[in-house]
Ligand binder design. Structure first.
Ligand code: SAH
Ligand code: DHB
Ligand code: MG
Length: 222
């Protein structure tokens, strides 16, 4: 089955379940115009993330890796009125674009964009003793996924859902001796998650406009 067909099916899905307004397309256009890389989740994947958060009744969401706020908008739109997304981004240039996109989408009041290395922002959140998050989306630099998992667990409670993007990597995840540091880090992330007696999980492989990849789905058991 060809990549072209995967994209055609994404087009079909997007036409069946269109977003409620143009804010999401405009967010991508503004991200492109601002020189951000085109590495957000797809429309169908953004909707999927929002649905997972909504199905879980999430009120407090943590996102690691904001880019232009495309996935953030989907997550924020899944929230009840008193909900909040805290999203962490290294690049201030990305955060500026994300802030404009979130405000334009009408969810600016629900979202706190924190600029800096996510490991530091996570440690600050832990030090502040913030209320645990209901839903955590990991999507920043792949090399840090093992650390993001460990720190996320310190911001979680029994029942917290953790979703991580890009864990299949065009199938390269099966290459135990890969010299790509992103592949070895994602493998370490998955192996630690699988070995943890605090987590239950699986991986859902995905295809579409973003190629062949996958989401890790984890739930904190206690
Ligand atoms: N979640 C976004 C895509 C995120 S792309 C979406 O689907 O719409 C990954 C983002 O992580 C990039 O914006 C990159 O700048 C950011 N990033 C990379 N390393 C980081 C780090 N150490 N701390 C925080 N963010 C980081
Ligand atoms: C990259 C990062 C992502 O989060 C993604 O979904 C695709 C690509 C990257 O860094 O290349
Ligand atoms: Mg990603």
């Amino acid at each position: 089955m060809s990549e072209q067909r995967w994209s055609e099916v994404d087009g079909y899905i997007d036409a069946l379940f269109p977003p409620p307004d143009d804010a999401l397309s405009e967010a991508l256009a503004r991200s492109d115009a601002g020189g951000l890389p085109p590495i957000s989740v797809s429309f169908a994947q953004g909707k999927f993330l929002g649905l997972l958060a909504k199905m879980h009744g999430s009120r407090r969401i943590l996102e690691i890796g904001t880019l232009g706020g495309f996935s953030t908008i989907w997550l924020a739109r899944s929230l009840p009125r008193d909900g909040v997304v805290i999203t962490l981004e290294l690049e201030s240039k990305h955060a500026v674009v994300a802030r404009a996109n979130l405000d334009h989408a009408g969810v600016g009041d629900l979202v706190d964009v924190r600029v800096g290395p996510a490991v530091e922002s996570l440690r600050e959140l832990i030090a502040q003793g913030v209320e645990p998050f209901d839903f955590i989306f990991i999507d920043a630099d792949k090399e840090s996924y093992p650390q993001y998992l460990e720190l996320s667990l310190r911001l979680a409670r029994a029942g917290t859902v953790i979703v991580a993007d890009n864990v299949v990597r065009n199938g390269e995840v099966v290459e135990a001796s890969s010299e790509d540091g992103r592949v070895s880090a994602v493998r370490e992330f998955l192996e630690r998650a699988a070995a943890s007696d605090q987590l239950e999980g699986s991986v859902v492989q995905t295809v579409g406009t973003k190629g062949y990849d996958g989401f890790a789905l984890l739930v904190v058991s206690g």
